[in-house]
Design a protein around this ligand. Structure first.
Ligand SMILES: [Zn+2]
Length: 151
């Protein structure tokens, strides 16, 4: 598959896929952030100096009925100006510490409208707790919003 098509296939604004592996039941994307630099939170300078990296598995919305796993190369930067180290990347599409993309949480919450949590968990290869957490994460802010309008 052409590089450009792989990117479109993943459909995340800030993550770029470099490789795709298709198995019987899943698509595995090897990916990293599109941005190759960050703004130092301490001194405000821009840096592209890598401090360290690690791989993390992130789940995303199924494609054509297959599970989607993003193997993301997470980078931490160091700042050559103020010498701050271990500055993590920030992502638009993934919350800090999350193992699922934001849109996958939304997808799961939507799925629970017509199916019970156990079924959604089974269909997506997730635990009941993971589905429950996704629903909470998506629905709770909406409820808060409604309540603040009432008061
Ligand atoms: Zn700095």
């Amino acid at each position: 598959m052409q590089d450009n098509n792989i990117i479109k296939f993943l459909d995340l604004s800030d993550i770029i896929a470099t490789e795709i592996i298709s198995t019987e039941d899943r698509y595995i994307f090897i990916a990293e952030a599109k941005k190759n630099h960050i703004v130092c939170p301490r001194c405000g300078n821009i840096t592209n100096k890598i401090y360290d990296t690690k791989w993390q598995n992130i789940r995303n919305i199924p494609i054509r009925g297959k599970l989607v796993i993003i193997i993301l190369l997470k980078k931490r930067y160091r700042c050559p100006y103020c010498h701050k180290r271990g500055i993590p990347e920030k992502y638009e599409s993934i919350d800090k510490y999350a193992r699922k993309t934001k849109c996958f949480d939304k997808y799961l919450a939507k799925e629970t409208v017509s199916k019970n949590y156990s079924k959604v968990a089974r269909e997506n290869g997730l635990s009941y707790t993971a589905v429950n957490n996704a629903v909470k994460k998506v629905i709770d802010p909406l409820i808060e919003q409604q309540l603040s309008k009432l008061s």
